[in-house]
Design a protein around this ligand. Structure first.
Ligand SMILES: CC(C)(COP(=O)(O)OP(=O)(O)OC[C@H]1O[C@@H](n2cnc3c(N)ncnc32)[C@H](O)[C@@H]1OP(=O)(O)O)[C@@H](O)C(=O)NCCC(=O)NCCS
Length: 195
């Protein structure tokens, strides 16, 4: 069974209309985390433009939410998604967790969900641009060695998730159902001022 997430947080997919929550999360990252997330320095404007596309075609973002605030994110972006044309069987994945919530197992859950989504979408090659000295990301990826193959020398992790199965599709559907319940609870807590 999965360990409880820190702060009683939940992981669920980002909904249409929640791109502002993703933008605000990315803007809250400390400088070092921002650099490692985007493989270099990027401006606030760049982040705002990037986050605005998070619920577009070919993009799946899982968020880690605590008291209704997004504190971590995992982005699966299919190659060709931004061109609005044919989607390929390759994708890029990127992870971001706010400093206070790092090293508590959140990245592990986000990578697990991202791999499941990739598998269910027939994605064969998943690239994670990961700075060569990002030991934590490398350690995290190694936990999924059965599903991933690495070449950290070239700073890129290639993933070959197997094909979808009825069970893997059902697992994602169940995660989504939990996500809907979690979102309803978040909204109700906010409405009644319990959060
Ligand atoms: C990299 C990142 C996604 C990892 O997520 P996380 O929630 O911090 O990682 P987890 O707690 O799930 O730990 C995963 C593994 O990393 C290793 N790890 C954890 N903390 C570590 C640390 N401080 N130093 C080195 N390794 C560490 C452990 O092996 C751990 O596995 P374990 O829990 O079984 O021991 C997150 O720290 C982050 O967002 N960092 C800033 C942005 C970034 O680097 N993004 C990745 C580029 S796409």
């Amino acid at each position: 069974m999965q360990e409880p997430l820190p702060g009683g947080g939940t992981v669920r997919k980002l909904w249409i209309g929640e791109t502002d929550a993703y933008r605000d999360h990315l803007l809250r990252l400390d400088q070092e985390s921002r650099n490692t997330r985007f493989s270099g320095a990027v401006s606030d404007d760049f982040i705002a433009r990037h986050a605005a596309t998070a619920t577009g075609l070919g993009v799946v973002v899982h968020g880690f939410f605590v008291d209704g605030v997004m504190r971590g994110g995992a982005e699966l972006r299919r190659n060709g998604a931004s061109l609005g044309g044919m989607l390929s069987d390759g994708a890029e994945a990127a992870f971001s967790i706010e400093q206070e919530w790092q090293s508590h197992g959140v990245g592990t859950v986000l990578l697990e969900r991202t791999l499941l989504s990739a598998r269910n979408r027939g994605i064969k090659h998943l690239r994670m641009d990961c700075l060569a000295d990002n030991r934590r990301m490398q350690q995290l990826a190694r936990k999924f060695e059965a599903d991933l193959s690495f070449d950290f020398g070239s700073v890129i992790g290639e993933v070959d998730p197997p094909r979808p199965t009825p069970l893997s599709l059902m697992r994602e559907a169940m995660d989504d159902a939990h996500g809907v319940a979690a979102k309803i609870l978040e909204d109700q807590s906010r409405l009644f001022g319990v959060a």
